[in-house]
Write a protein that binds this ligand. Structure first.
Ligand code: 13P
Ligand code: SF4
Length: 304
């Protein structure tokens, strides 16, 4: 009797599939994936893979992005209910109204958004390249930034530009409290606090570094410091410990767990390959426009 991991590997070969996993995925999913990364890295992998099938271990907007970037591939999401509450905080109708209110504005859309909203946007970005992208936009144009107001405020602070923000947020990142940081700092006085820009304003002020998940991995590898307090979804602690076993990574909060990211299990991954479910397809009319915004996103690689 073969293990579930062996069955997944065998089916993956048979289907000519690649398994992509976000840094917030459960440990066993990260361990079996062909590529584990942040939103930008995963988009790039999805756009250049030679496989016939992409099994996306993440949430719906990520699988949709892969389907837009690789329209000829079959893209599977192992649990169709794995969504992102932040992405669902903005609709096409709401964005249309916002654009009518600011007709000269360029629209920068965080990749954590629905495909049809991306299609109405000029640029997509991830947390790893949002600052660089916005800083290159013409000074004489207003900028609408959707849907995360916290990432948007972080970008406004870093670029010195005033952005038109939307009140979206990530419920998981807002569970991290200033007391969590204070407590962790008392316990590990020599550690650095790495926080994600989706965190609320107090956490952003208290952090030593504000980084995307990919940025945290790069930073921890290059830093001389060897203890890090992690203020983002806890799944990345597995990624970091696996990559740098000689360093110490401590999640600051036991509550910063994204329930949607954790819906993917080894069983569901196996069934997904067995049944070729759940297929994620984006209507071509939407995909054509969203692809342009995503291609502009992928032209800007993070520094460092
Ligand atoms: P990154 O991996 O791009 O930092 O994204 C964080 C996130 O919240 C994904 O849902
Ligand atoms: Fe969405 Fe937040 Fe979960 Fe990322 S961590 S998928 S932004 S709810």
């Amino acid at each position: 009797m073969s293990t579930i991991e062996e069955q997944i590997q065998a089916l993956k070969k048979q289907r000519n599939a690649v398994i992509l996993a976000h840094n917030y995925q459960p440990g066993p999913i990260q361990d079996i994936a062909d590529f584990v990364g942040d939103s930008l890295g995963l988009s790039i992998q999805a756009s250049k893979t030679q496989a016939d099938v992409i099994v996306f271990c993440g949430v719906l907007f990520m699988a949709e992005t892969a389907a837009i970037l690789s329209p000829k591939k079959t893209v599977l999401l192992p649990d169709i209910t794995a969504g992102c509450p932040m992405a669902d905080m903005i609709t096409v109708q709401q964005l249309e109204l916002l654009k009518q209110k600011h007709p000269d504005a360029l629209v920068v859309c965080y990749v954590n958004s629905p495909a049809d909203v991306k299609a109405l946007s000029d640029y997509c970005c991830t947390s790893s390249n949002a600052v660089q992208l916005v800083s290159r936009l013409p000074q004489d144009r207003p900028i609408i930034f959707i849907p995360d107001r916290h990432l948007g405020q972080f970008v406004a602070d870093r670029t010195g530009r005033s952005l038109i923000l939307w009140p979206g947020y990530c419920p998981t990142h807002l569970k991290i409290s200033p007391e969590d940081i204070e407590k962790a700092r008392q316990q590990y006085p020599n550690a650095l606090v790495l926080a994600h820009p989706e965190c609320g304003p107090e956490i952003r002020r208290m952090a030593d570094e504000l980084l995307s998940t990919g940025g945290m991995i790069r930073f921890a590898g290059q830093s001389k410091v060897d203890v890090f307090l992690i203020a983002t979804e806890e799944g990345i602690v597995h990624t970091l410990r696996r990559k740098y076993p000689e360093k110490t990574f401590v999640p600051v909060s036991e509550f910063s767990i994204c329930p949607n990211m954790k819906k993917i299990t080894l069983e569901k991954l196996l069934w997904s390959l067995q049944d070729m479910e759940y297929r994620i397809e984006v209507p071509e009319a939407v995909a054509i426009r969203a692809r342009k915004a995503l291609e502009r996103m992928m032209e800007i690689l993070p520094e460092g």
